[in-house]
Design a protein around this ligand. Structure first.
Ligand code: 6R9
Length: 591
């Protein structure tokens, strides 16, 4: 690829940034916070937090851009004061509370790498990620610490644990810091030091089919894409009220739950409470939300709650609504138009892409069921694959692009956009495998119609999307296999009308162990304790044997097809290549 041309292509995207004063590079926190103060918008509301028990039309706890600038500066000093160095990783594990946002942006000011974790994870996924990410600091709450961290603290690399909701050091458990006194001692001005756009900024763990979770590393340059897509896709402007319902423990909750909307000077609504259909409608009304970013699982939950939940509520402030994370069906789009007078616009992207890549923008006429078209200079293609989902190269080693609208190919993006992940932590080989011939290979299968709109077809691998969360089956199987009565397991997703997919497991028990309710409950309890409710299987069934390939891999697609009653003969087209001579069944053993 011609690098000069590629660089020029992103110039207009990067031109929207102000950069650090004195030409000192680019820092996400400066673009999201300090820039607005410097430009005279310090008194604009940056965030309004609604506590769990606050009314949906409450003013909430308000953070102006000035307050956010001061508090994030203080937090940057807190980390510096604890001897945490630029480049070291700060993990965040908390619900949607104001100080979490302050900590994230404060850590970015100090050039620490921010790694958000989902607060519904159990101790095992937390430990694995903190070890892989070499966590220097963990920012969490007293209750999460007690329930999930205290028992594994010795196994974690962290030097400091800061408890966000503790204001008196006397109330902090041993070896932890209370946020209050550290924060009170820190000064509210922090000069961000020169930050190269290539400085690591965000670490997001994501799951593949095999192996441990992958740490996708993003750099400060990503903010160019966060800002450009927020403007182009959402049409969000300074002073607009914006609500992203994604949890800050996942990539959407960071790229568009914190960074993107702040870069344009919008006002974020953050609600601490869990989903409740009526409350959500009341928030849209009571906070006068202009732009709403949500997900298909949430939209389906709204559909299930029935349009009555919105009765008498005025949703006319909502100018645009968007969805991400799973397929948004044409039916859901039609429901929104009919019952809420809101058109949900689908957007497609991934942890690795860092920002929206394909979308129905504010300007587009929405084709219900389509993910839309490439945005902000992104070049997307569909590449020819084998039935097994492997990319096909021609004789000269080039990928083969598809342009026949009836054919399904793998979504690929021309490499080099600013928010593209720069590595998988400590796994260069896995990173390299994501690219071919100058393209990033997304692992999703799609079609493209003659207008250039993409239509999602499915994943080329076995990862599971449950309630919008990407879960790797291997991570779940590893924990199941640790149970003393289990010798093997296969984990897969089963379609679910609300969550999109739910996790099912088939296990092989040690010889001599009976598959009683008690045994299954004990395996289930183990899975829930170690993995957390969001990641543990919803159903576990003991089987005599698991289908495995000759190389010994569990054929999750076969398990899934069996449960769904799909004829095995159709597996080669529906479920990837499975032939009798590849498939053998693995019996339980004591090994
Ligand atoms: C942002 C995020 C990425 C995977 C992606 C795809 C699925 C995302 C989608 C969609 C259908 C959409 N996905 N958007 N599937 N339609 N509009 O979700 O990142 O957690 O890494 O998941 O999610 O399979 O490859 P991440």
């Amino acid at each position: 690829m011609n690098t000069t041309l590629a660089a020029d292509r992103w110039q207009s995207v990067r031109d929207q940034l102000v950069g650090l004063p004195g030409g000192d590079g680019v820092n996400i926190a400066h673009e999201a916070v300090d820039r607005h103060v410097a430009e005279g918008f310090g008194s604009t509301i940056a965030m309004r937090f609604l506590g769990k028990h606050e009314a949906p039309d409450d003013a909430g706890e308000q953070y102006t851009y000035q307050r956010l600038a001061t508090e994030t500066s203080r937090f940057a000093h807190v980390l510096r004061g604890l001897g945490v160095w630029p480049g070291e990783t700060v993990f965040l594990l908390a619900g949607r509370v104001p100080r979490l946002y302050v900590a994230a942006l404060g850590a970015l000011k100090g050039q620490h790498v921010v790694c958000p974790l989902f607060s519904a994870f159990g101790p095992e996924p937390i430990k694995q990620r903190m070890v892989l990410g070499n966590a220097a600091v963990l920012v969490t709450t007293a209750s999460l610490y007690r329930r999930k961290i205290a028992g594994i603290r010795d196994e974690l690399p962290v030097r400091h644990v800061i408890l966000l909701d503790v204001d008196d050091q006397a109330d902090a458990p041993p070896d932890t810091w209370a946020y209050g006194p550290l924060f009170d001692r820190a000064i509210g001005v922090f000069q961000i030091t020169a930050t190269s756009p290539e400085t690591p900024a965000l670490l997001h763990f994501t799951s593949g089919t095999t192996g441990t979770p992958k740490g996708a590393l993003h750099v400060h340059d990503a903010v160019a894409m966060h800002r450009a897509t927020t403007e182009q896709v959402f049409g969000l402007r300074r002073g607009d009220v914006y609500w992203c319902t994604a949890d800050p423990g996942w990539v959407t909750g960071t790229s568009y739950g914190i960074i993107g909307p702040l870069t344009v000077g919008a006002t974020l609504i953050v609600d601490e409470a869990e989903f409740d259909a009526q409350r959500w409608y009341q928030i849209l009304e009571g906070q006068r939300v202009d732009v709403w970013y949500t997900a298909p699982t949430a939209i389906r939950m709204l559909m299930y709650a029935g349009a009555e939940a919105a009765a008498g509520i005025d949703l006319s402030s909502v100018q645009r609504a968007f969805s991400v994370g799973e397929p948004l069906s044409a039916e859901a789009v039609k429901w929104g138009i009919e019952h809420l007078a809101i058109t949900f616009r689908d957007t497609w992207w991934q942890t690795e892409t860092g920002a929206m890549m394909i979308a129905n923008t504010a300007e587009d006429v929405v084709l219900a069921g389509s993910m839309g078209r490439p945005v902000c200079g992104i070049q997307a293609g569909l590449l020819t694959t084998t039935d097994a989902g492997e990319i096909v190269l021609d004789d000269s080693g080039h990928v083969i692009e598809l342009d026949d609208p009836d054919r399904i190919g793998m979504i690929a993006l021309r490499a080099g956009w600013p928010s593209m992940f720069r590595s998988y932590l400590d796994n260069e080989e896995r990173y390299r495998k994501c690219f071919a011939d100058g393209w990033y290979l997304a692992g999703d299968l799609a079609r493209r119609d003659p207008s250039g709109s993409f239509w999602f077809v499915g994943r080329a691998d076995d990862v599971i999307k449950t309630a919008g969360h990407l879960i790797g089956p291997f991570e779940v199987e590893s924990v199941l296999n640790e149970h003393p009565d289990v010798t093997g397991s296969g984990v897969y997703g089963i379609p679910d009308p609300v969550a999109g997919e739910i996790i099912h497991a088939r296990i092989v028990l040690r010889r001599g162990v009976e598959p009683t309710d008690q045994t299954i409950s004990s395996v289930m309890a183990h899975a829930r304790r170690r993995l957390g409710a969001a990641v543990a299987p919803r159903e576990i069934v003991a089987v005599d044997r698991l289908p495995i390939t000759r190389s010994g891999k569990v054929m999750r697609r076969v398990l899934r097809a069996r449960e769904l009653g799909l004829p095995e003969g159709d597996l080669s087209t529906l479920e990837g290549p499975v032939t009798d001579d590849q498939a053998t069944d693995h019996e339980g053993s004591d090994s």
